[in-house]
Ligand binder design. Structure first.
Ligand code: ADP
Ligand code: 5GP
Length: 202
């Protein structure tokens, strides 16, 4: 019986650098599974359906929601997002580690249903820098950027209940911290009962 995989839940205000950090983590640890969310948002340039997101109409999303298809779901910046439950459960039961990129509302729901998960929050060094990054990324129009900045304030306050916070000022340092959070999650004594027994009996 393989041990349950690590569930690593990451949240951040939009523009903090979560996608950049996640790509790096998945490149270094390709065995980590990614929880592909459903969304009603329009695909951005370069995004692949089924890989980055499963892109759904509002009707399709609502149908799945009432069928209990989602482990959690939330409205974020005017669009709906949800985590499909079955593939995540299957991966974790098979012992595969799974990374979730979800907002604070969804993370709070998972905290109740997946309490053994590790919750990490990526912070920008300041709201000013967050604004610069959102503009510099060049993906969102001005009203979208304004809405994301307003939401960032309340999202950042939610970081209080996460297990770890990672300030993404220097990218390399932030990545080292994220890496350490992931590695430490796998070393938790509850995941390694045999290790403690071996040390005591050696
Ligand atoms: P998110 O997924 O959190 O919305 P992104 O990963 O898309 O954020 O990053 C937003 C922008 O900020 C991108 O243009 C990215 O290259 C840039 N960025 C990410 N991390 C840093 C950093 N530490 N310093 C400067 N720019 C960064
Ligand atoms: P974006 O549209 O920029 O890809 O993501 C916007 C926000 O939605 C991000 O904070 C992201 O973490 C969040 N998000 C993505 N997928 C999900 C999901 O399945 N559930 C929830 N609750 N939030 C999600």
């Amino acid at each position: 019986m393989p041990r349950e995989g690590i569930a690593l839940v990451l949240s951040a205000p939009s523009g903090a650098g979560k996608t950049t950090l996640v790509k790096r983590l998945l490149a270094e640890f390709p065995h980590i599974g990614y929880s592909v969310s459903c969304t009603t948002r329009q695909p951005r340039q370069g995004e692949v359906d089924g890989k980055d997101y499963i892109f759904l109409s509002h009707e399709e999303f609502e149908q799945r929601r009432v069928q209990g298809y989602f482990a959690e779901w939330a409205e974020v910046h005017g669009n709906f997002y949800g985590t499909p439950l079955a593939p995540v459960k299957e991966k974790l039961h098979q012992g595969q580690d799974v990374l979730f990129d979800i907002d604070v509302q969804g993370a709070a729901q998972l905290k109740l249903s997946l309490s053994e998960a590790t919750f990490a929050f990526i912070l920008p060094p300041s709201l000013h820098e967050l604004e610069n990054r959102l503009r510099g990324r060049g993906l969102d129009d001005e009203p979208t950027i304004a809405r994301r900045l307003v939401n960032a304030r309340s999202e950042i306050l939610q970081a209080r209940w996460y297990d770890s916070v990672i300030v993404n000022d220097n990218l390399d340092q932030a990545y080292d911290t994220l890496r350490a959070v992931y590695v430490a999650a796998g070393l938790a004594p509850a995941r390694n009962p045999h290790l403690l027994d071996e040390i005591l009996n050696r």
